[in-house]
Write a protein that binds this ligand. Sequence first.
Ligand SMILES: [Zn+2]
Length: 302
Amino acid sequence: MMRIVLLGAPGSGKGTQAQRLQAKFNVPQVSSGDLLRDAVSRKTSLGLKAKAAMEAGQLVSDAIVLGLIRERLSRVDAQNGFILDGFPRNSDQAATLSKLLIEIGQPLEAVLLMDVRTKTLVQRLAGRRICKHCGKVFSVAALPKDMTCPKNSKGHELYQRADDKEEVIAKRLDVYQSQTKPLIDHYNKLGLLKVIKGEGDLEAITARMEAALKPAKQKRKTNAKTAKKKTKSVRKVTVKKVVKGTRIKKKTIIKLKSVALKKPAVKKSSRKTLAKSGKALVKKSSKPKAKNVSRKTSVRKK
Ligand SMILES: [Zn+2]
């Protein structure tokens, strides 16, 4: 089960990690933007409403987006979970989303926030180039100097998106910060927020996300195991103290006495069983002896 919301600034690698989790855990990445585009193109009733709002220059209402999410999560592929991306964007939306998810019996398990320094975000966004031909996204740092799509240099020219220009990036990040901060606080108060260090090796970031998503049950079990081990080791230590003849507190003496009383009881019972088995052995061994004796006597009699 993986029912999560992904939060992260532009350039935080949220999309890349969502795709990795989707492939690994077989749960769909549900992006509100994709849902809207899909509904509009398929001309569903919600899609038509959304289209009308957009054409009138209005924002698509939360009710429409929530309706699309409800539809999407009722599909078979979302029964093992989902990765929500792009919604909610504010705490009001978060509250209505929570209501919906509880209603359909798929409450949120966690909210993962990709934590990436602003410096790194700017570097990543400013270095982003897109192939005009195949639409693939590249990083300047990973490209050869001639700056062409490595797949096929003919017609595969790279360009920079207008909103990836450095002066625009700063504004985008500001908008994200002011928009998302209340949302982060909201989920933090609910105890759902997990902050993931989103810099470094891709695999390592995915591993951090998985670790953050480990079920609470498993953690509790392992805690109980380690607690048992601890009490055992404590007992051993107190016994050792007695052997060495060092100072013992009253409490430890009481504990040791009860242990000492139990031990002979176990020994007694083991002695009894030993004695019983011993008797049995004696009986068995005495029988053949008697037979031997009778044979001997019978021989003697003959
Ligand atoms: Zn290309």
